[in-house]
Design a protein around this ligand. Structure first.
Ligand SMILES: Nc1ncnc2c1ncn2[C@@H]1O[C@H](COP(=O)(O)OP(=O)(O)O)[C@@H](O)[C@H]1O
Ligand SMILES: [Mg+2]
Length: 262
C-alpha cells in the first residue's frame, strides 16, 4: 500500500471543500480503501464533522505534528495521534494551526513540513485526503507541496471563476518549484442546481475555459439541506441519507476519481 495524497482546495471559502473531503473519505472507505483525512484548516470544520466538539482539548493535532517537525523533533508514533470514526482515520486541527502558519512563514524550507509529516503514513493507506483553508498561505502551499493530486471545488453561486485561475497558477508554481509530481485531478462543481440557468451557464463557462486542459468531473454535487443536517449530526451522507441525490453524486464522484487514475 502506498497512499495517494489528494488535496481538496480552492481560493474561496464556502465551496464545499470540507463537505467534499469528509464525504469522499467515506465513499472511498465504502469502496474498500483505507483512508486518512487530514484537517489543515485552523477553523477545524472537518474535525467537527468527525464529531470533535472542542478541538482545543485534543492532545495531538496536525498543528502539533507540524510544530514538532519545525523544531526538528522526532516524529511521534502514528498510533498516538491518528483518530478514527466509523472506519475512517483522521488527524484533527485546532486554532493552534494559525500559530503554526505564522511560524512557517519564518522558517527555511518550510514548504515541505506537511510532506515530511505525511510521507511516513503513506504505507498505511490507499488515500490521504487534505482539507485546506481558502487562503493561499503557508498551510495551503504545504498541502499542495505534499500532494500528488488536487481536486478543486467550485460553487457556481459564488462567482466560481474568480480565484480559480489564481489557484491554478499557484499549483503550477508549486509544481515548477517544489513538487514536480503534483497534478490537478479535476474541478468538482458543488452546490449545483442543474435546472437553474446560473448553474448551466457556469458549467459551460468552466468547460469552455478548461476543455482539453483540466478535467471537469461529470459528477456534480446538488445542493440539498441533507448536507447541513448530516454535518450537524456528525454523520457522513452515506450514513445519514444513503439514498439522497448528493450521496449518489458523491459516490459517482468517488468512482470517477478512481477510474480517472486508470
Ligand atoms: N451540496 C450541498 N448542499 C447544500 N449545502 C451544502 C452543500 N455542500 C456544502 N454545503 C454547505 O455549505 C457550507 C460551506 O460548505 P463547506 O464544506 O464548509 O465549504 P468550505 O470548506 O469550502 O468552506 C456549509 O454550511 C455546508 O453545510
Ligand atoms: Mg472548510
Amino acid at each position: 500500500m502506498m497512499a495517494k495524497i489528494i488535496e481538496i482546495g480552492s481560493a474561496k471559502g464556502g465551496v464545499a471543500k470540507t463537505t467534499t473531503t469528509y464525504n469522499l473519505a467515506y465513499v472511498l472507505k465504502e469502496m474498500g480503501y483505507k483512508v486518512l483525512a487530514v484537517d489543515l484548516d485552523p477553523q477545524a470544520n472537518l474535525s467537527t464533522c468527525f464529531g470533535i466538539e472542542d478541538t482545543s482539548v485534543v492532545q495531538i493535532t496536525i498543528g502539533h505534528l507540524l510544530m514538532n517537525m519545525i523544531d526538528d523533533e522526532d516524529m511521534l508514533d502514528a498510533n498516538e495521534f491518528i483518530l478514527r470514526r466509523n472506519g475512517v482515520d483522521y488527524i484533527p486541527a485546532s486554532m493552534m494551526l494559525s500559530a503554526v502558519e505564522a511560524k512557517l512563514r519564518m522558517e527555511m524550507g518550510a514548504e515541505k513540513m506537511l510532506s515530511y509529516v505525511l510521507e511516513p503514513l503513506r504505507e498505511r493507506y490507499d488515500y490521504i485526503l487534505i482539507d485546506t483553508s481558502p487562503s493561499l498561505g503557508a498551510l495551503t502551499i504545504n498541502a499542495i507541496a505534499a500532494a500528488d493530486e488536487v481536486i478543486v471545488t467550485v460553487n457556481p453561486q459564488l462567482l466560481a471563476m474568480m480565484g480559480l485561475q489564481d489557484y491554478l497558477k499557484t499549483i503550477t508554481k508549486i509544481r515548477n518549484r517544489i513538487n514536480p509530481k503534483v497534478s490537478v485531478a479535476g474541478i468538482l462543481l458543488t452546490m449545483c442546481e442543474p435546472r437553474t440557468n446560473l448553474c448551466k451557464t457556469v458549467i459551460e463557462q468552466v468547460q469552455d475555459t478548461f476543455s482539453g486542459q483540466i478535467k471537469v468531473f461529470e459528477a456534480r454535487i446538488p445542493a440539498t439541506v441533507k448536507v447541513g443536517e448530516s454535518i450537524y449530526y456528525s454523520e457522513p451522507l452515506l450514513e445519514y441519507a444513503p439514498g439522497c441525490n448528493a450521496t449518489v453524486a458523491y459516490t459517482e464522484f468517488g468512482r470517477e476519481l478512481i477510474e480517472n487514475e486508470g
